[in-house]
Design a protein around this ligand. Structure first.
Ligand SMILES: *[C@@H]1O[C@H](CO)[C@@H](O)[C@H](O)[C@H]1NC(C)=O
Ligand SMILES: *[C@@H]1O[C@H](CO)[C@@H](O)[C@H](O)[C@H]1NC(C)=O
Ligand SMILES: *[C@@H]1O[C@H](CO)[C@@H](O)[C@H](O)[C@H]1NC(C)=O
Length: 583
């Protein structure tokens, strides 16, 4: 779980305001899909527009186009016998030829849906196929044209929230008879999901937390709570069995704003910056300290429901802004950039060195991130936490401060923030991403490929650090979406060489079920790129060399005759991966 923030610096203001909201913004509906105003760099390209000659027809190769435009930089404006539509079709053809990245952005808008790959033994990736694994990205036909608020995958079950807020489920752990996603919990306006070993935890827009059994049979035979109807004082049993996880003593206006789940537990963060934890599985009560409540076990639990949320009172007073749960451990980030961890540390996943006397820590413990910068003149502030399986990832903004050792020498780069990413936990599948296969890694190690990156931002004329937009962690593998400068506003008015491009995505870790999407089976201990999802579209354009997959950041686009704020998101689960069209 990562704090969402705008990833594109060229997004129109109106759209930007609605980026973090899972709902369709009202403003979005008034915007057309070509609303992006040209970025400043277009001015330098006016010559390309003027160079756009009359005799050219679509489908010419990039090289010809370039030599033509260079030779005829003063060519006349397109004349009236070319319609606007022809011109814009022509420009799009040129752009598709010029850039795989441009084509990827376009395909993501024209053809929204879900691509998935990895283990298929639970029929999550290819619900109607007997194949044991799916080696490269493949569409799940049910989702063609379907936009989702959230998607979470386990090896044996999948769960998604439709654009209207209903829960969809599939996979053998849901039912062996269903061959495609089926609506289960409906009408609750759900916004996000967390998966435990046998239940789905779902958060609604009004802060209710639902705990739904994965299996269809338990949904049908388990106790069904009464639900209010439109007739006052009249309630009827819900259509499926579920439980509500209610936090005690909410302050006025406070509601649960984010959830993150492990195999047996779930963390709940409130809009008031408080942290709660609860049992999330019907099979096992959390027993590795991952609830953060010292001394709490099945035997010592208080009266009331076994899955009642407990406030993590030792963190009261810290303003919690980020949560992340691995299989048996928890990470929490506060507003001042402090990180607290608790739960299983048997592989170093809490960021503390392994200690055979204390493999479990049930009290939230402050991670000393200053130590990671010892001996440098950098002051670190954590900006994000994420976790999955037995791994943890933290992102840090490090700012240089004037040091004494330098004397009076001028210090270069003072005040320039460096964005770094660290990992800890299990490394035998390469999941640390630091190039090593360490079995147990306590002290967080820097992931070089995701640290200290900078780029030039043309809109502000400044060097900016490249942070991570998002990181998704499965049980043995992970993926990071970079917060590169992106461009998604080429349109009929900008030049034919003004191509769109999305954000880079890197993958690493375990690959025994082809979950990295490389098409090969070898584990990767350093982050790497994969090929575009729609590789056939690329090949149709005659491209032979491999390009890299990029995701399209959020933008208001037209889908099925409506304007929606759409972005592609990556999801890594237990031995499976997916990319979906998120709203
Ligand atoms: C589906 O079949 C598998 C294998 O026979 C079994 O393990 C699993 O529990 C079944 N799923 C359900 C929901 O009954
Ligand atoms: C994103 O940044 C990385 C690191 O500087 C760079 O290699 C990559 O080309 C950038 N991607 C885009 C789309 O600009
Ligand atoms: C991936 O890592 C696992 C765990 O170390 C190992 O068993 C497996 O053989 C590795 N796969 C390959 C192809 O090296």
């Amino acid at each position: 779980m990562f704090n969402t923030r705008a990833t594109s610096r060229v997004l129109p203001e109106l759209c930007k305001a609605s980026r973090s909201s899972p709902l369709i913004s009202p403003q979005c509906r008034h915007l057309s899909d070509s609303s992006g105003s040209p970025a400043p760099k277009d001015r330098g390209r006016q010559v390309w527009i003027r160079a756009f000659g009359i005799g050219l027809v679509g489908g010419l190769g990039a090289a010809i186009f370039q030599s033509f435009t260079q030779a005829h930089a003063e060519a006349p404006e397109p004349t009236s016998h070319k319609t606007k539509k022809e011109i814009s079709t022509y420009k799009e053809d040129v752009r598709d030829q010029l850039s795989s990245q441009h084509l990827q952005v376009k395909r993501s808008w024209e053809n929204p849906g879900v691509y998935a790959w990895g283990s298929n033994t639970g029929r999550v990736i290819a619900p109607d196929s007997d194949e044991g694994f799916i080696k490269t990205p493949r569409r799940i036909p049910f989702f063609d044209g379907v936009l989702l608020r959230d998607l979470k995958l386990d090896r044996n079950f999948g769960a998604a929230i439709t654009e209207r807020g209903d829960l969809l489920q599939w996979g053998t752990a849901y039912s062996n008879d269903s061959t495609q996603p089926t609506p289960t919990l409906k009408g609750k306006d759900l916004v996000s999901l967390a998966l435990s070993r046998d239940r789905i935890i779902a958060l609604s827009s009004d802060g209710q937390v639902y705990s739904v059994p994965v299996s269809k049979e338990s949904q049908e035979t388990g106790p069904k709570p009464g639900e209010d109807t439109w007739i006052p004082f009249w309630s009827v049993p819900a259509s499926i069995s579920y439980r509500l996880l209610r936090t005690k003593n909410p302050q006025w206006g406070e509601k649960v704003s984010a959830i993150s789940g492990g195999l047996d537990h779930v963390l709940l963060m409130t809009s008031g910056g408080r942290l709660f934890s609860a049992a999330a599985s019907g099979e096992r009560f959390p027993s590795k300290g991952q609830l953060g409540i010292p001394g709490l076990t099945w035997n010592t639990r208080p009266a009331g429901p076994y899955d009642q949320p407990h406030e993590v009172v030792t963190l009261r007073g810290f303003d919690i802004v980020g949560i992340a749960a691995g299989d048996y451990h928890s990470l929490v980030l506060d507003k001042d950039g402090r990180i607290f961890t608790f739960g299983d540390n048997s592989l170093g996943q809490l960021g503390f060195d392994y200690n055979s006397e204390a493999t479990v820590i049930d009290t939230p413990s402050l991670l000393p991130i200053q130590r990671l910068y010892q001996g440098s003149n950098m002051t670190p502030k954590a900006t994000g936490v994420s976790a999955g399986g037995s791994n943890s990832f933290i992102t840090v903004d490090a700012t240089p401060v004037a040091g004494q050792s330098d004397g009076n020498a001028p210090q270069r780069g003072l005040g320039r923030i460096t964005a770094d990413t660290f990992s800890c936990g299990q490394g035998i599948w390469g999941g640390l991403g630091n190039g090593r296969w360490t079995h147990i890694q306590g002290t967080p190690t820097k992931i070089k490929a995701l640290s200290g990156l900078f780029e030039w931002d043309e809109t502000t004329n400044r060097i900016v650090p490249i942070r991570l937009a998002r990181i998704s962690v499965g049980s043995t593998h992970a993926s990071a979406t970079m917060d590169n400068v992106t461009r998604i506003s080429s349109n009929a008015k900008t030049s034919a060489s003004d191509t769109n491009y999305g954000a880079d995505v890197l993958w690493w870790g375990g690959n025994e079920f082809y979950q990295l999407g490389t098409g090969k089976r070898n584990n990767l201990s350093s982050p790497g790129y994969i090929a575009p999802l729609d590789i056939d579209a690329d090949r149709e354009k005659g491209r032979r060399e491999e390009h890299r997959f990029q995701v399209t950041p959020g933008k208001c686009v037209r889908v099925n005759g409506r304007n929606v704020n759409l972005e592609q998101r990556v999801e890594c689960g237990r031995f499976v991966s997916a990319v979906y069209s998120g709203v």
